[in-house]
Design a protein around this ligand. Structure first.
Ligand code: HEC
Length: 238
């Protein structure tokens, strides 16, 4: 019995968040917390990433699965989320409220050589290795290698399949001023907005993992209880 309890105690941290580092991490040296077995979101990074999305990406990309009220799940107060919404002017001239979806841009179809900026609400789930792919894309703009002819209206990007993308390099490195003292740089903004998009694609991950961990711990407890009961019953009858 004592040995079993010890095993359960030793095993508990395994279920409590000390996830092993990712073995294969080929796309970028980054390790996104949400990609580990039981890691949750770094909400400070996700909040910074929202700022980057809102200040830079939102002029071209919608994220229409999100409502302003969802920002409360990022750790913003209702007043802060309401304040962000109130600062957004809708097409009808009114201001957005907590129940509204994040405002979508309206771009002419011909704006980017015919390539439309996709809605980013779920992009981190739609692309393999989503957050790391997005990070690689945002940091992947390079001078085209000699001999590569870049198509008109396109930019060489080693993170994009085919190497040529119609999205102009969106990040400069000084696009935002973070309120939490973190210095904005191109890789930092790319990492943060990738974390935000990971959250956007799966906002309930944290809650789900917490329930899972509790369920596993509870099942371990039940098994030990069953074992102890069994031993007790058999000791009394033999
Ligand atoms: C000036 C407009 C513009 C801005 C600003 C912009 N994008 Fe884009 N983005 C595009 C266009 C156009 C495409 C489609 C490119 C293509 O298919 O060649 C695109 C495509 C993408 C894709 C999809 C790539 C794929 O795999 O299909 C991602 C992810 C993306 N952008 C992320 C971002 C992020 C994050 C930001 C903010 C940091 C941002 N974009 C800012 C125009 C923009």
């Amino acid at each position: 019995m004592r040995r079993l309890l010890l095993a359960a105690v030793l095993a508990a941290p395994l279920f409590g968040g000390f996830a092993p580092a990712q073995a294969e991490d080929t796309l970028s040296p980054l390790h996104f917390q949400s990609q580990s077995l039981l890691g949750g979101y770094d909400l400070a990074a996700v909040q910074r990433g929202f700022l980057v999305y809102q200040s830079v990406c939102a002029s071209c990309h919608a994220a229409s699965a999100l409502h302003y009220r969802d920002l409360e799940a990022l750790g913003l107060t209702a007043e802060q989320a309401g304040g962000i919404a109130a600062g957004v002017t809708l097409a009808n001239g009114g201001h957005a409220g907590l129940e509204d979806r994040l405002k979508s841009p309206h771009l002419p179809g011909s704006a980017f050589s015919g390539a439309m900026p996709p809605d980013l609400s779920n992009i981190a789930a739609e692309r393999p290795h989503g957050p790391r792919y997005i990070y690689g894309l945002l940091t992947g703009y390079l001078a085209a290698p000699a001999g590569t002819a870049v198509l008109p209206g396109h930019f060489y990007n080693r993170g994009f399949p085919g190497g040529q993308i119609a999205m102009p390099p969106p990040l400069k490195g000084n696009d935002v001023a973070y309120a939490d003292g973190v210095t904005a740089s191109l890789p930092q903004e790319a990492e943060d907005v990738s974390a935000f998009l990971a959250w956007a694609a799966d906002p309930n991950l944290d809650a789900r993992r917490e329930i899972g961990v509790r369920a596993v711990l509870f099942l371990i407890f039940l098994s030990l209880l069953a074992l102890a009961t069994k031993r007790r019953i058999w000791r009394e009858t033999t």
